[in-house]
Design a protein around this ligand. Structure first.
Ligand SMILES: Nc1ncnc2c1ncn2[C@@H]1O[C@H](COP(=O)(O)OP(=O)(O)OP(=O)(O)O)[C@@H](O)[C@H]1O
Length: 270
């Protein structure tokens, strides 16, 4: 954390001395008084981001990806998945070049936070609710989508749990058809994890274990339980306590994650 300071003349003088003591005299003798003050001021006002050291698990994943492996990363809330993803994207772009790395997510909101696009939009499959063969012909007729599939070297998919097994298998079908590799798909499945091709798609599947964000045991248990679909009445009680029981002030800005929630509010009679 950065300590707040008052910029009185004596404070600045003191800071100059401290700065000289810690940084040595490099450049200082030649610098004008004005630039010394400017330098100290920026030193005081721009807090240094603490250097985060990746855990062994995070490094292991980064190395596997750098070596060309496909990796599925999972983990409880706050275990650093998104943080690691930024490192992964940077690394992939260095290896393959920016234009060959496509950053996607299952939802628009998740994609926005990564400056990416939705998986459906990348793939050119619209809503993705057609058969594999129909989706393939749609993609081949869409010049830009077809070019993306031919060009891609690395595909990042965030929040993959919201991709259905059918869509995942269909995407594999499209990829393998366009890139002339082996194919395989079909059957009804609910989640991407249930796709026929799931295990074949990854060289490594890993669960991050260290939780960085929250340290309160009860909250960790609650978040873990919700994720696994295993929670008890205590967990639900805690969750309920977090919900406001009063109607929000109608003049306040309200945020909703889905278009249908927004429509419900905007079409409500006044
Ligand atoms: N190796 C690390 N050392 C210290 N802090 C870390 C490390 N990796 C991640 N963090 C920090 O942990 C916090 C949680 O990380 P992040 O948001 O990436 O978690 P997440 O697994 O994506 O969580 P969620 O599933 O809730 O979205 C962030 O503040 C991040 O900077």
């Amino acid at each position: 954390m950065f300590e707040e300071k008052n910029f009185s003349e004596s404070n600045i003088q003191q800071s100059v001395l401290e700065f000289k003591a810690t940084r040595g005299n490099t450049c200082w003798p030649q610098a004008s008084a004005k630039s010394k003050v400017k330098c100290v001021r920026s030193e005081l006002t721009s807090p240094k981001k603490p250097k985060v050291k990746l855990t062994d698990q995070q490094n292991q994943i980064l190395e596997a990806i750098s070596n060309g492996n496909s990796v599925f990363i999972t983990g409880s809330a706050g275990t650093g998945k998104t943080y690691l993803l930024q490192h992964i994207i940077t690394k992939l772009r260095k290896i393959h070049g920016k234009s060959r790395v496509f950053v996607t997510a299952s939802t628009g909101v998740a994609a926005c936070s990564l400056n990416g696009q939705t998986l459906h939009s990348f793939a050119g499959i619209g809503l993705g609710d057609a058969s594999a063969v129909d989706l393939l012909s749609r993609v081949t007729l869409d010049k830009r989508a077809f070019r993306r599939w031919n060009k891609i070297s690395a595909l990042v998919i965030d929040e993959i749990s919201m991709i259905s097994g059918e869509v995942f298998d269909n995407l594999e079908f499209i990829a393998t058809s366009i890139r002339s590799e082996e194919l395989g798909w079909n059957k009804k499945k609910k989640f991407a994890f249930e796709a026929d091709c799931w295990n074949a798609c990854f060289d490594m599947q890993i669960e991050l274990k260290t939780i960085f964000r929250q340290s309160v045991e009860q909250l960790i248990k609650l978040l873990h339980g919700i994720r696994k679909g295993k929670y008890d009445s205590e967990d639900l009680k805690l969750l309920d306590q977090c919900c406001s029981k009063v109607e929000p002030d109608s003049s306040a800005v309200q945020l909703y994650p889905r278009i249908e929630d927004v429509s419900r509010v905007t079409t409500r009679p006044v």
